[in-house]
Design a protein around this ligand. Structure first.
Ligand SMILES: Cc1ncc(COP(=O)(O)O)c(C=O)c1O
Length: 407
């Protein structure tokens, strides 16, 4: 039988990037004591008031069809949230989706197609490649440099732009690096986007998980408002990924055009989840603050425990729920390191290569297990790397790395 080319384009971009994670789950199911530091699943439950709201709404009949844009209550709550950042936002600037992921998928379909290109920072969140490929567009990676704290540099963006580029897919705070762009950096990046007439799609799912410093977004810059679309959700901010509740916020014409795409795809969302989301966005909950505290503390714990390990270089994240360790001085790439670490010490971490070429020398640790387990995992990582004193250690890479991190 014949299939559409999208199935070929996405064939290697689905769960393939998570194969180590799946293997770890299989090992755990077979009784092996695996410590899982792979996916970014908050280790906090949503506030009980939100669970009660969803349950109450469901029981009081909020289980009927909704509409394509979103329920009035959640649209009003979202308009309120974004009006704090930009006064002109109304319900007509918003579309609800089941999570950031679906919002990204729909937004990309609305902006690009075969023949177009999308600029993406590398390292990148693992599903971006698939989202772009699904639309038929090609991906143009823009390297993020470790020596710049993985902050996108406007001049690197400028160098990467080609004639076919239509969109910059930005992610701040960034997964996997935690890099959080400053207002000045965004202004410089925005200037490049204006010059090349690029849309900016900004994934802000980690907005509430910044450890220090302020959040900045192209959405808040009046010079960029006509070309910026924000996608986000309550998955991280309210520790509620299973509710699948997200949105896109952008120019009115964009939302009007995309509404038909969304209606065709989804035929509306779930009113009881909309009610829960409206409550989440209109009242104060301490979920994000508790996560910030935990994840920052755990990142520091890793850094402290690896302090004596001069061949492993953990990087303190500015935000989010992950930490990268540069393992290149060990003479192994991140994927081989992660494979062997799982096989020999039963610690599952993501190989950096799942997040792009620039991350190939890294492993990514999720900060979502308790401190005791994390300390145990770090012990095992240390023991594993100390055991690697054979030919894998590559003195040239050690020197190269030291030069890089001291400049
Ligand atoms: C950068 C980024 N974007 C989007 C998502 C998916 O978010 P959602 O659960 O809202 O679909 C994730 C999940 O880890 C993520 O890290």
């Amino acid at each position: 039988m014949r299939y559409a080319s999208i199935t070929d384009r996405l064939a290697h971009l689905g769960s393939g990037k998570w194969s180590l994670h799946l293997k770890a789950r299989e090992m755990a199911a077979n009784g092996i004591d695996v410590i899982e530091l792979t996916i970014g699943e908050p280790d906090i439950l949503p506030d009980t008031a939100l669970l009660d709201e969803a349950s109450h709404a469901m029981r009081s009949g909020r289980t009927r069809y909704s509409n394509g844009r979103g329920e009035p209550g959640v649209l009003a709550a979202l308009a309120g949230k974004y009006r704090q950042r930009r006064q002109d936002v109304t319900e007509r600037n918003i579309l609800c989706f089941p999570g950031t992921q679906t919002a990204l998928f729909a937004v990309m379909l609305g902006l690009v197609e075969t023949g177009d290109a999308v600029l993406v920072c590398d390292p990148l969140y693992a599903t971006y490649e698939g989202v772009i490929a699904a639309s038929g567009a090609s991906m143009v990676p823009v390297p993020l440099r470790p020596e710049k704290g993985f902050h996108l540099q406007a001049e690197d963006l400028e160098k990467a732009v080609t004639r076919n580029c239509r969109v910059l897919l930005l992610n701040t705070p960034h997964n996997p690096t935690g890099a959080t762009l400053t207002r000045d950096e965004i202004a410089a990046i925005g200037e490049v986007c204006r010059r090349h007439d690029l849309w900016i799609v900004c994934d802000e799912v980690y907005e509430e998980l910044i450890f220090d410093g302020a959040f900045a977004s192209p959405f808040d810059d009046p010079a960029l408002e006509e070309r910026t679309i924000v996608v986000s959700s309550i998955s991280k901010s309210h520790a509620a990924p299973g509710f699948r509740s997200g949105w896109a916020v952008g120019p009115e014409e964009f939302c009007t055009r995309l509404l038909a795409v969304s209606e065709t795809m989804l035929f509306g969302g779930q009113p009881f989840i909309a009610d829960m989301t409206a409550k989440a966005l209109s009242e104060d909950f301490d979920t994000a603050a508790r996560m910030r505290e935990r994840y920052r503390g755990r990142a520091q714990l890793i850094i402290e425990r690896l302090a004596g390990q001069n061949l492993l270089h953990p990087m303190m994240p500015e935000a989010g729920m992950f930490l990268l360790i540069d393992v290149s001085a060990m003479g192994l790439d991140g994927a081989s390191f992660a494979d062997r670490l799982l096989a020999e010490k039963h610690v599952a971490v993501m190989p950096g290569a799942s997040f792009g070429e620039q991350a190939a020398g890294f492993i990514r640790l999720s900060l979502t297990v308790d401190d005791g387990q994390l300390a145990d995992a770090v012990e095992r990582i240390s023991a594993f790397s100390k055991g690697l004193d054979g030919p894998e250690r590559d003195p040239a890479r050690v020197l190269e790395h030291d030069l890089l991190t001291t400049t």
